[in-house]
Design a protein. Structure first.
Length: 465
């Protein structure tokens, strides 16, 4: 077979892709008929496709390339590690320097006494580990009935059987027999979509108190943990009302429920602090990390637990682990990523300079006739598309129809934004400059104008009744 390179004609690459590649979260017949977009190169915040088109990647890949593309130091760190020790495991009484160094560095960066990391290769795996960790924790403490994990509708925690069960995506649960046993979902704190006439503060409290009610219904002795993203990402960048997290923390403390903060998106600078838990003022017992940990340059994730949780787990043999838990190359890449994020002041600058600048531009989008609200925290933001601003109305058309049209117009204008139903979301690399923020904003306005014109032409600016 001949070498497959970036220099083949796009149509040939697309034909081979259609013939042999099954894609995640994609309708195969659709991508095979249309031809996949082939991304060939990237630098900074800019992607290039096989036809030479360039795009400002306002999603940082899948919320992960915090450092931006094209940093040679990470490639060099990987090459150095591969030459020295490409692989060894961390099972059965062994360890290696990259896993030691990365776990120690994570302990320094995370707040409080979150000092111990169990490594995985992804956020999904890490959340599967969390299910095992919290149930084992209560088992060792002599409370084996504490098994149920409470999570949220429309939360996202990954795509494996366990992590997708924790997640509250109904389309995912509909395939493959999910959720697994002893997972319970409460409503999300999504005021814009679900708050009706209530005041956001009151709504936030009500949604948090659903946790207390669920604990009463299921029985305090049967609940192991509550898991949530500090700010929901894949659910549409849903920033909860300010009343929400303090009430959740109060309830977890009162009933001795372990709090798992899924920091896979929020971690490593995304929300204006190193961790979303700091932005939201919460004290998790366990943090899930992945994505920005390596800025996507290598697959790695983990569960970071407190001294107390580690001291309990340490009492048993934990019969769980992955061949690639603490993979030395992935650890070396993550360490180099963390070094640069810190030493170049990227997290600080994103928080103090870029985020306020982007917020100004982003908030202004709320004046667009197609936009019902614009929200942003640090460098993760969303806008709600609506046919009728005042009533926060949904479209009469199927959810996602307007969002998809808007996403197509973003691509046509050299901008990658993702749509979640009829919300548009961004999560750009933390290295984005003010100039690039201007470009992002200009292209977003153009895309919204074009989407609005198309929706009007196609008779889609109708509100659901
Ligand atoms: C992406 C994501 C995951 C899953 O991570 P993978 O690396 O895709 O397995 C888990 N939790 C959150 C909050 C995520 O955004």
């Amino acid at each position: 077979m001949s070498m497959i390179t970036n220099h083949m004609p796009t149509a040939e690459l697309q034909a081979l892709d259609a013939a042999h590649h099954l894609h995640p979260f994609t309708t195969g017949n659709e991508i095979n008929a249309k031809g996949a977009r082939v991304i060939t190169r990237a630098n900074g915040v800019t992607l290039t496709d096989s036809d030479g088109h360039q795009f400002l990647d306002a999603m940082a890949g899948l919320w992960c390339v915090n450092l931006g593309y094209g940093r040679p130091e990470l490639a060099e760190a990987a090459a150095r590690q591969m030459k020295e020790l490409p692989y060894y495991n961390t099972f059965f009484m062994t360890t290696h320097v990259p896993a030691i160094a990365l776990s120690a560095r994570i302990a320094e960066l995370t707040p409080g006494d979150l000092n111990h990391t169990f490594f995985a290769s992804s956020g999904s795996e890490a959340n599967d580990s969390n299910i095992r960790l919290v149930r084992t924790y209560w088992d060792v403490k002599g409370k084996p009935s504490k098994k149920t994990i409470i999570a949220r509708k429309n939360g996202y925690h990954g795509s494996s059987m366990g992590s997708a069960s924790l997640g509250g995506m109904s389309a995912m649960h509909a395939q493959g027999g999910l959720p697994i046993a002893d997972i319970h979902h409460i409503d999300e704190p999504h005021w814009y979509a679900q708050g009706g006439d209530t005041d956001p503060a009151e709504f936030g409290l009500e949604r948090a108190q659903q946790l207390e009610k669920a604990i009463h219904d299921i029985g305090e002795d049967n609940v192991a943990a509550f898991i949530a993203e500090p700010i929901q990402g894949a659910g549409g960048v849903v920033i909860p009302p300010e009343t929400y997290w303090p009430e959740i923390q109060r309830i977890c403390d009162k009933y001795e429920i372990l709090l798992i903060a899924d920091e896979v998106i929020c971690g490593f600078g995304r929300t204006g602090n190193w961790f979303g838990s700091q932005t939201m003022g919460i004290r998790p017992d366990i943090m899930t990390i992945a994505k920005g940990l390596s800025s996507g340059y290598a697959p790695i994730g983990g569960s970071v637990v407190t001294d107390e949780v580690a001291s309990v787990i340490d009492q048993c043999e934990f019969n769980h682990g992955y061949t690639y838990s603490g993979h030395p190359v992935a650890c070396a890449v993550a360490l180099e990523n963390l070094r640069i994020l810190d030493e170049e002041g990227i997290v600080d600058r994103a928080s103090t300079e870029t985020a306020p600048y982007l917020k100004g531009k982003w908030d202004a989008l709320a004046d667009h006739p197609l936009v019902g609200e614009a929200r942003i925290a640090g460098l993760m933001g969303s806008i709600a598309l609506t046919p009728h601003k005042e009533s926060r109305a949904k479209f009469a058309a199927d959810a996602g129809t307007a969002g998809l049209i808007c996403r197509e117009e973003c691509f046509a204008n050299g901008l990658i934004m993702r749509h979640v139903g009829d919300r548009m979301v961004i999560s750009p690399p933390l290295v984005i400059t003010k100039d690039e923020v201007n470009t992002l904003s200009d292209r977003a306005w153009k895309a919204l104008d074009a989407a609005h014109a198309r929706l009007k032409d196609e008779g889609l600016m109708k509100a659901a009744s």
